[in-house]
Design a protein around this ligand. Structure first.
Ligand SMILES: C[S@@+](CC[C@H](N)C(=O)[O-])C[C@H]1O[C@@H](n2cnc3c(N)ncnc32)[C@H](O)[C@@H]1O
Length: 281
């Protein structure tokens, strides 16, 4: 049996996405990240809400035509290709999933952007690039898989030129740390493991991570209230799929089996999402 308290390795994360990325993008409107809804009355599709979050991150990156942008954890390439098209920048996307890289490259070719959106297999914890070789780095929901946030930010800092910017999204714990019995701890660890996610950090940890990495935080934005509609929608899409097909990967089936939290109270959200914008001095 899997030890759910074990931290996911880059290889294990890559194997998870090799198997699940096409279904996750199907459940999440073409991306593999949270959607951004303005409130309970916003009935935007997942595709629209996901694109909105991509655009918010791109706005914060502030890149210009001709800039070189590293997209860390590119998934099947929708955000990276969009970034290249919208800004005129040249994007190099990386992932630990070969299947991500293949799909992202195919998307860039299909959209006529293969000259400015290129994808390759690489691990963010050991970036194979020269120092100061990028103007900006985007980490859209990829750092969530990396247990040592400060270490990967150190890699980002090394490849950024002075003055270059990085923008990331991360999953965080919020509010008081509640005492958890062993059963709850195991359930939380199992849910994280099912997505090959690393243990959650807190927004308050980020200044320390940035300092260790030689980066400066410009802004931390809590988007929990805008993104909290993501999980119920992903879950419903997964459930509908499972009713008609019998090929749901084991990890996604496990997520489905865990069920939705019926007592979900928006005022007591203990897990959330932040956007962090940083620059290299
Ligand atoms: C939740 S998906 C996000 C994909 C894409 N950024 C998006 O928003 O649609 C996480 C991505 O991060 C990648 N990833 C996770 N750990 C990584 C690492 N150590 N190095 C490179 N990529 C990694 C995964 O392979 C996957 O492509």
């Amino acid at each position: 049996m899997t030890d759910v308290f074990r931290l996911p390795t880059p290889g294990e994360v890559g194997a998870f996405y090799d198997e699940a990325n096409e279904l996750i993008t199907r459940f999440q409107g073409g991306n593999m990240h949270y959607g951004y809804w303005t409130g309970p009355d916003d009935d935007s599709s997942f595709e629209v809400a996901g694109q909105r979050l991509t655009d918010i991150v791109i706005d914060k990156l502030g890149v210009r035509p001709g800039d070189r942008v590293l997209d860390v954890g590119c998934g099947p390439g929708k955000p990276g290709v969009h970034l290249a098209r919208r800004t005129g920048a040249a994007v190099l996307g990386i992932s630990v999933s070969e299947r991500d890289v293949a799909l992202a490259g195919a998307r860039a070719r299909a959209e006529g952007l293969a000259d400015r959106a290129v994808f390759q297999h690489a691990d963010a914890t050991a970036l194979p690039f020269e120092p100061e070789s990028f103007d900006a780095v985007m980490l859209l929901e990829s750092i969530v898989h990396i247990p040592d946030r400060a270490q990967v930010l150190g890699q980002v800092s090394r490849v950024l030129r002075p003055g270059g910017r990085a923008v990331l999204t991360d999953f965080v714990r919020r509010g008081e740390d509640l005492e958890q019995d062993a059963e709850t701890q195991a359930a939380v660890a199992a849910a994280l493991w099912a997505w090959r996610a690393a243990p959650l950090v807190r927004a308050e940890d980020y200044p320390g991570f940035a300092e260790q990495a030689g980066l400066v935080i410009d802004e931390i934005t809590d988007i929990t209230m805008q993104t909290m509609y993501t999980y119920p929608r992903t879950y419903e899409a997964m459930r509908e799929y499972a009713e008609r097909h019998d090929d749901l990967p084991e990890d996604l089936q496990r997520i489905l089996d865990m069920g939705l939290d019926e007592d979900f109270d928006p005022d007591m959200v203990s897990e959330g999402v932040i956007i962090v914008a940083l620059h290299r001095p």
